[in-house]
Design a protein around this ligand. Sequence first.
Ligand code: BGC
Length: 853
Amino acid sequence: MTMDVDTVLQSLTLEEKISLLAGDTFWATRAIPSKGVPSIQTCDGPNGVRTRDTTATCFPAATSVAATFDPKLAAQLGRALGREARNRGGACVLGPTVCIHRHPLGGRNFESYSEDPLLTGRMAASMVRGLQSGAGVAATLKHFVANEQETERMTVDEAIGARALREIYLRPFEMVVTGGAPPWAVMTAYNKINGTHCDASRWLLDGVLRGDWGWRGLVMSDWGGTNSVAASLDAGLDLEMPGPARVRKGPRVLDAVWNGEVSEEVITRRARNVLELAKTIEDARSAISYTPQSKEDEIREHGALVREAGARGIVLLKNEGNILPLRTLGELRGKTKLKIACIGFAQEALIHGGGSAGVNAHYSVTPWEALQAALGDSVELTYAKGAYTDRYLPALQNDGSAGTVTGLDGNPGFSRVFYEEGATMPSSTAHGQPDSTYSPLGTLESLWKTLELVCDFVPRESGQHYLSCTGIGPTQVLVDDQVVIDQQRNCRDPMGALFGAVAQDEIRHRFEAGRAYRVVVRSRPPAAVGLEILEGKTGARLGFALASARDADLQADAVRAAAAADVALVFTGHTPAWETEGRDQASFHLPRQDALVAAVARARPGATVVVNATGVAVAMPWLGDVAAVLQAWFPGQEAGAAVVDVLTGRVNPEGHLPVSFPRRIEDAPAHGNFPGEYGPQDGKLRVNYAEGVFVGYRHYDRIPRDKVNFPFGHGLSYTTFDLAGLQVKTVGRAAERDKGEGEEQNKFILTASITNTGSLAGATAVQLYVGRVAESADHPVKTLVAFEKVRLEPGEKKEIELVASARDFAYYEEVGNKWALDSGEYRFLMGFSAENIVQEVRARLDRDLAWKP
Ligand code: BGC
């Protein structure tokens, strides 16, 4: 028998109901065992269950999943993720993330799907279906809404028009929430929209989500994203996270009820939603039989899925002279032993981005390991790092690389010494800390203490070595009592610091080999950050690099390796420090890698292949000089194997770009309006979504084609496809009724035939766009309305049928607050990318259509 919500609710006192409205711990809701209320255990996040003490499968990040254009695969991944959560006692996964890639520098784009709302909505809906049905685990759709930047994400005020909100930013949420398998929970975004924090926006939660869309489920805040007591309760925010309560702590909520700021009825409604979520999970679990996987089964089954999915998400952007797959190349050259130079991130696996989407993976496969496993002795592999690509100097530690590090107790490592404010004697000391990092992530209590990280450091070599440091609050670094770094204020980016590793500008300091230096990092708690989650949280990190390591000419080694090889593979990308939650990207250019690629391409002309692992588009100034480019994204723990599967042709590439790749950042739609402007009076960041609905290809369609290196939807294969015979089969009213008004929904059914004209089996994503025949400055040239992944044997031909629902290319009319579609003539465009349109037909819509929101 599962819980009877009404009975439980009636048995709860007002105080008990209030106690349910904030987390109990950092990850779980409060249980009231005497009343039969269970706790709900949450866990991050979209591409793997984030655990500290155990490992879990690192799945491909959302951008990689979107690139498969295969919702069925997304469902499989969702199912596997749900099982992993359940295997670890989780009941509610904090994902998927369905924010939009508004700008290529968005720090968290990698964990969102696409620049296009329809692709995002369809992939996420499948993922949610898989997640919730597989193991009785709730999905939490996040971040509602418009968390498209990390800069000042907790306070930024975004000015977004109603059309852009409805057509672009709310649309994926709407699709998932109103689809066949709605999520059981939604997480609000940190940011403000048009002046109101999302967690306190009655319009958003009560109006759009529960009103317009009729959704029933639990709304929780993002971690530390509850900004008010009464307003958030009234607006519809059920649960403050994390726990224990910060904003809803102590008597605050009760006081608000007594003062008449919130009614008891609202408290009961919020508590009901918490109970309903627990019941939904219980009900789902009692309807399925579930056996937890053993760790071995999990690793084997999910590892294979990750490898397949990761490979299928890789996009072959360019393949001049069919240099790929590598096997063919070896055969063509008649070589017995192909010489391959592996440069860049060849011996590192770029499996995920940084922040809460990071996963403590079961294992990870580097391209180097995978190349050896796949090609073995048939090739000769050489390696060169090529460039210094760390974002931050490595944390100083006693691993021998820099010298020896000894704590105050004479043992290896650092000592951490805490002082009460103003005290001269420490209140506590912990010796034997592995390195110079102290991150308060996950720490519940504010310390309000000064932290000292202390060691005696004996450098391995003499030199003008590199040092860098940031603390969350004011921080100094002292070498033998001399202040060498003096950060006087809070870190400029405290949320970034929370994630471990924000470094200030580097300095250089002279050290002599063999001499002992007393190094002290002294960090005070931050002064008034204005964010409850960071209040009083001390944290700091000291970075260090030997001059010889940092100043070595890595590029020259790479050029030599390339010149001596038949093919040069350059693995470029972003480490989790470069592409991460908490910070937006520093630049559109790959960090310190453009010169390397260009130099290698000069050394190995016609045979340089770039494999790029980023969650976003990057500048490719060397594009014309390299023979091939693969966009690998962050494909999960099998990263190297997935990449090598495509390089060798074991997998025929079939990924398509879920985002456009502009040539220059200046041509990006949000350029000039990202990340916004600080107000001269109040110093607060505001951003204007001035591009309106013209996001991604909706913008690039209106500017010259040569501004884009690779368009949305682009993706090559080792075979070729032909698309023909596009026809409108049906125009008019389909049987399905539109929910809101019971008005009949118009659909256009289109048919075409697709043939594999090459000699290899392969798959491609056929895309259907719709636009108006009469051009209009107010509307996109075209909008993606449907897509289908088609798999074909060589020579095989298939008939395909794609459906364009009128609602998917309707626009939002701000004046009447309704969805509308004008009668008139429309172009239906079918092709393999937003630019490569192969077939076009026209059809008329014979009357104006309108829907309630
Ligand atoms: C992130 C969420 C995440 C939560 C818990 C927040 O900082 O924005 O996406 O689920 O932390 O880790």
